[in-house]
Design a protein. Structure first.
Length: 445
């Protein structure tokens, strides 16, 4: 007999499949929930590891997308072209490197990772096509925030009962199962909580966003991820520098500082104390330096195509790593792409990110001129989220993080909505980029 949790999860998933087909946009929302929250990982039986939840939702959504295809026009943009070129480069490195004798010993792993990344990129393009209105974009952002809010609020009782003595992890078997990955995702979501708290007209969502924003700060602390702590500092610093209402953040910053000094356990303080002797050269730091050095040496030998997906193997570490016995993943989105896809792959990856920031700058510029507070808030929110990814990701090997590509998709959608509704003439940028206190504009509904 199936446990009650499995029955509930499977019933919801199976019942949603016809809706995913006939309403593919709903399928995108379901896919987002499965990708970020992994609700089936909260069950214990069949739903946990036997029923293909992601495949079922993905196939139903893709089938509906094909039947009700909205047209190719939504893909005509610089950002989408860059993504397609990057995808083609991933495919080229995979095909070429799996045929090379020095890389054939992990060819199966390379193809497995290519298939995984291809699924993420395919669903990203489908998301861009189906989210074609301000209302749909708002609901997508609410779903993203809701998924991470569940994880944060679920962790609050655990943090209180244990006094922060144990690390927080995401759902097992998901992209967030590692404490570092969870810290990365929370840093990316923190700006979303903040801007929802400022802009939402629904008081229930507003207060939930406020509560979750405050609770996310200790949750990031108790992932015990130093990369996440650095990312948190970068996001907060950026928000204080860029927001006109920076006084709203000062009490949170003060409480966070007091919390870190007086309410965190000693082992957390010791781990986060970068001034203590050996803090910068402990085992974790040395593993990162070893992996980064390995990535650099491998890229120097294979500068064009790198080693292909999953090129972090004991056989290659014996050749390129200073410490051949310390075999780890890339520990960095940048060094990971460099090792696996060469300097050209890293250039294309960084070009994609740069294009995102350029697009968001364009949206913010036009939104400021026409007085559209929603466009300004959404653009700045997505910029801050990307900064959280770039800073925390410097210490974490999540270059193909589906959450990153989801934020990237939201950027393209936001830009397309502006192209459809606003004039993209050359306009003068106001002297300040600070955000006003305006709220959502009903005309976008």
């Amino acid at each position: 007999m199936l446990p009650v949790r499995d029955v509930i999860v499977l019933t919801i998933i199976i019942a949603s499949l016809p809706v995913c087909f006939f309403r593919p946009y709903f399928g995108i929302l379901m896919w987002t929930v499965v990708a970020l929250l992994n609700p089936h990982r909260f069950a214990w039986g069949m739903a946990y590891n036997q029923f293909p939840v992601a495949v079922a939702v993905g196939v139903a959504t893709l089938a509906g997308f094909v039947v009700f295809f909205p047209g190719l026009r939504c893909f005509f943009s610089r950002d989408v072209y860059l993504l397609m070129v990057l995808w083609l480069w991933f495919t080229l490195t995979t095909v070429h490197n799996t045929a090379m004798p020095e890389f054939m010993h992990f060819a199966d792993d390379t193809w497995f990772r290519w298939r995984f990344v291809s699924k993420v990129l395919l669903m990203t393009l489908v998301t861009i096509a189906l989210v074609n209105s301000w209302v749909r974009l708002r609901y997508l952002l609410l779903v993203i925030a809701g998924c991470l809010a569940v994880l944060v609020l679920k962790a609050v009782p655990f943090m209180i009962m244990t006094g922060g003595s144990f690390r927080l992890y995401g759902p097992a078997g998901s992209m967030l199962d590692d404490n570092n990955a969870l810290g990365l995702a929370l840093n990316m979501t923190l700006p979303i909580f903040f801007f929802l708290a400022r802009t939402e007209t629904d008081r229930r969502i507003k207060w939930l966003a406020i509560i979750t924003f405050v609770a996310t700060v200790p949750a990031i602390f108790f992932t015990y991820s130093r990369g996440a702590l650095i990312g948190l500092a970068a996001v907060f610093l950026l928000m204080v520098m860029r927001l006109r209402q920076r006084l709203l953040l000062l009490p949170i910053l003060l409480l966070a500082g007091l919390f870190a000094v007086y309410l965190t356990p000693e082992k957390w303080q010791q781990r986060m104390n970068f001034q203590r002797e050996g803090a910068l050269m402990d085992d974790s730091a040395m593993s990162r330096i070893n992996a980064w050095t390995y990535s650099w040496h491998l890229a120097l030998d294979y500068p064009l195509l790198g080693g292909g997906f999953e090129a972090f193997t004991p056989e290659l570490f014996r050749i390129y790593a200073p410490n051949a016995r310390d075999v780890h993943g890339p520990h960095s989105i940048y060094f990971g792409v460099l090792a696996e896809h060469g300097f050209i792959g890293l250039f294309l990856y960084l070009s994609l990110i740069t294009s995102c920031f350029i697009s968001l700058h364009q949206v913010r510029k036009h939104a400021l001129v026409v007085g559209d507070a929603q466009g300004v808030n959404y653009a700045i929110m997505l910029q801050f989220s990307l900064v959280g990814f770039l800073v925390s990701g410097a210490f974490l090997g999540r270059a193909y993080f589906d959450y990153f590509f989801l934020i990237w998709a939201c950027t393209i959608i936001l830009k397309r909505l502006y192209r459809l509704e606003m004039a993209w003439d050359d306009v003068a940028v106001p002297e300040t980029d600070a955000i006003s206190t305006a709220t959502l504009i009903p005309s976008h509904e």
